[in-house]
Each structure stands twice: as C-alpha cells, then as structure tokens.
Design a protein around this ligand. Sequence first.
Ligand code: PLP
Length: 291
Amino acid sequence: MSPINTSTVYLNGQYMPQDQALVPVTDRGFIFGDGIYEVIPVYGGRLFRLEEHLQRLSNSLAGVRIDNPLSNKEWSQTLHELVQKNGGGEQSVYLQITRGQAPRDHAFPDDTTPTVLISTSPLKAASTTLLEQGVSAITLEDIRWKYCHIKAIALLPNILLRQQAVDAGAQEAILIRAGLITEGAASNLFIVKDNTIITPAKGPFLLPGITRDLMLELAATNAMPYKETDITAAELFEADEIWLSSSTKEILSVTHLDDAAVGDGKPGPVWQRMHALYQAYKQALIAGTAN
Ligand code: PLP
C-alpha cells in the first residue's frame, strides 16, 4: 500500500487533487450552510462502522429533504476507493452533501443536483498526555436549534461554543438545555455515578453519535451497568467520572469541569476499562473480525 497522502478528493463523481476541487459560489452550502455531513474514521484501511454512518447520513438527508444521491453500495465503493487512493491506514473521512447550486433564494430550487464532496485527512491518535491527564471542559447554555439529531454543516453555534471553551483554556463546552445536559459542542457526553454509566437518551437535542452507540454496545456485552436517561446539571457536577466521545477523539475523560476537579482529577477506573474495550474493538476491526 502507498504511504498516506490525503491529497485526493472526490467531487461530484470524480477523483481529483484537492487544489483542483472547486465549487461555484452559488452553491447553497456556501451561501446558506444548506447541507449535511458525516465524519468516518478509518483504521488499518477499514472504514469504522460504515453501515451505521451511512444510516445516519440517510437520516440527515431525509431530515433536510435532500434525496440521497448514491446508493449504499455506491457510497461504500466510492469511500473505499478514495481511502485506498489516499494510502489506507489511519484516516478521517469527511463527506459533505449540499442541496447544490442555484440563484440565492431561501425556498428549495427546482431540479438542483446535490453537490457531493468527500475528502480525507490523517487521523492522529490521542497523545499519551491527553489520555493520562484527561481534558478540561466548561458548561455553557445550549444555544443551538431543535434539530441537533441532524448532522447539518451549519455549525455556527457549535463553533461559537467551542471557541468560548478554548478562550477559557478548556477543550470542550458541555451544553445545558433547560437544566439538562445534552452533549458537547462536537461530542457526546457520559457520566459515571456509583459505577453506572449514564448518557442522555437520543432525541432532537443531540447527535446520535456512532461512538456513543458502540460504547453502549461494549457496556452491554461486558456487563458494565449503563442507563440512557436525563442528566441534570447538578448530577453532572456530582459525577464520579465525565467522558466525551466522538469519532476522531474517541473517548476522552473530563478531569476538570468549570475549573474544579472531577473526582480525584484523574481519568477514572470505568473510563480506563471502556477505553481499553474500545481499543480492543479497533484492533478487531483492523483484523477484520469487527465492523
Ligand atoms: N455530537 C456532536 C455535536 C458532534 O459534532 C459529534 C461529532 O463530531 C458527536 C456528537 C459525536 O458523534 P460521532 O461519535 O458519530 O463522531
């Protein structure tokens, strides 16, 4: 296999060098943020949980009323081809579909072909320091819309929230809507209380994370107690452990929240176990015995 060089992208049916991939300024993705996206990690050249990512892609498209431009078989072939062209190994695939190009008007245009872009970038493993020390987070009010289950490219609220966290010296913003925790600005949220793993149930106020779902599967198969239920702000602050999950960051332990230590300020034992199970799952994927 050739070395990883993620310079090839797929745009509207063609593979080409990234610097030659151009989209007209009338594209509704550029003008309105009218589109959806997916991020799929690749380990050992294999696409992680592809079926689940394609199902969420299809749900997001249906949620914004864009017809799915490709069948799942076509998606799979295209994604595999791009990953191979870019050298396999560990990559992060970014896939975006917009409603296409049209004169600027809020209402949907007639007969517009969706714009499809797929690119990849190197996927970096979390550093040992990050895993040993965990990350810090701040709590903020969830200012986003009521369709957070759709993976929409219009991420301005998430961007502002994440930047507020970064400005405060933290890595993530944990969001609170009407007294309940929803998720992070770009991650799902879990707490551990008395050895039980708790995460908010799916619904319109959070993205149904593929990492989140796998973690619950791993908890179930390994007899780790878990619940999908509301988490109040008070429960967050009293948690023994707090975790964040996402495809590119995997599972991170939050060891400081709003400047106070979570537990003893170190990644906890339940996180250690879940992190190890997740790493074992990735090895099984690379070996071809998991998807
Ligand atoms: N929630 C939000 C708002 C996200 O942006 C992400 C990922 O970027 C997630 C949750 C985690 O989803 P996944 O595990 O599928 O990456």
